[in-house]
Design a protein around this ligand. Structure first.
Ligand code: PHE
Length: 349
């Protein structure tokens, strides 16, 4: 780049030419780092720099030329200062960008989600039965009449076969949304030979009005054990072990006679209230007991329906609602909360 010394000006024409040249030079001047920026500053903006020299020479030119040359010098000054501050802020931004990554900093921990409370309780229940040698089995949510009702010994006129209670997809032959996971019992017994020891979690559907204690979609876990010489005592001991594992070692159980078409005898099981420890509270309605499941010995008709000889084999079955158990375990007052995806609720689990 040519550098024209002001001292050499012998007339204003030469000075004008020099300023035009400087204007061009500033335009094409490349600056890549702060050292080069400093060089640029020294060359144009310092006390001995080109602009200062131009201002000094300016005093010596004839008055009638001052207007034009003054304008040009100002133009050059603005160009130089503009370029200087533009590049200065660009370099500053680059350097903060580089220092923004500090590889020695402890990483900000990622917020991991958690499993839904219903999944947590389902997993807890299935793992208790896994330790007893049960395996997991699943079946379809859309079922036929045979697997949900007929094979399970439901009488023709049973109210569950009514549209009021069951969601039908098709009528004659009936295709419906399963109302309980007992349908998976049938599928297991039809396809596997005893001994059978399975646990069957799944989603079920009932045509019910939604309220704080009922929903048309909910989750069940079914258990089934078929072998030679299985007795009611086996059922009772298994359920006692399960209740102690799930609700705590001091939990008591009681069995009340009940009725299900597919078990005989049938019972409903209560556990001592884990919230008030049996003293009586709002959750157990001051009875000290909470009903958590239905159970019984598999009806011989059901075994026969599935091709298992009831004279050789006996078995027990039980079924429970996961929503209800989760409500009792965590004192959840309204089961609609499970389906609302409200993080204020879910974060508590
Ligand atoms: N299927 C029954 C229900 O949905 C529960 C149950 C399962 C009862 C197995 C006895 C044996 O209420």
């Amino acid at each position: 780049m040519s550098c024209i010394l002001i001292k050499e000006f012998n007339n204003h024409y030469k000075m004008k030419e020099a300023i035009y040249q400087h204007l061009k030079d500033v335009d094409s001047y490349t600056i890549n780092n702060s050292a080069e920026l400093e060089e640029f500053r020294l060359k144009y903006l310092s006390k001995k720099g080109i602009l200062q020299q131009l201002f000094e020479s300016f005093r010596t030119i004839p008055n009638e030329e001052k207007k034009e040359i003054g304008k040009l010098i100002n133009e050059l000054k603005q160009k130089v200062e503009g370029k200087f501050s533009e590049i200065q802020s660009k370099l500053e931004a680059d350097s903060t960008e580089n220092t923004a990554i500090d590889y020695t900093l402890t990483p900000v921990s990622m917020k991991l989600g958690t499993r839904h409370p219903l999944s947590q309780v389902r997993n807890e229940i299935t793992s208790i039965f896994k330790t007893l040698g049960f395996t997991i089995s699943e079946g379809p949510e859309i079922e036929d009449d045979w697997h949900v009702f007929s094979a399970l010994n439901f009488a023709e006129e049973h109210p569950a076969r009514d549209m009021q209670d069951t969601f039908f997809i098709e009528k004659n032959p009936d295709i419906l949304l399963r109302t309980h996971t007992s349908s998976v019992q049938i599928r297991a017994m039809e396809t596997q030979k005893p001994p059978l020891r399975i646990i069957m979690p799944g989603r079920v559907f009932r045509n019910e009005a939604i309220s704080y204690r009922a929903h048309c979609i909910f989750h069940q876990i079914e258990g089934l054990y078929i072998d030679k010489n299985v007795s009611f005592a086996d059922l009772k001991q298994t359920l006692l072990y399960f209740a102690k594992e799930l609700f705590g070692a001091d939990t008591k159980i009681r069995l009340r006679p009940s009725y299900f078409p597919f078990t005989e005898p049938s019972a409903e099981m209560d556990v001592s209230c884990s919230i008030c420890k049996g003293k009586g509270c709002n959750v157990c309605k001051h009875s000290g007991w909470l009903e958590i499941l239905g159970c019984g010995m598999v009806d011989p008709n059901v075994l026969a329906n599935c091709g298992i000889d009831p004279n050789v084999y006996t078995g027990y079955a039980f079924g429970m609602g996961i929503e209800r158990i989760t409500m009792l375990k965590y004192a959840v007052k309204d089961l609609r909360m499970y389906f609302e995806n409200d993080l204020r609720f879910l974060n508590q689990f």
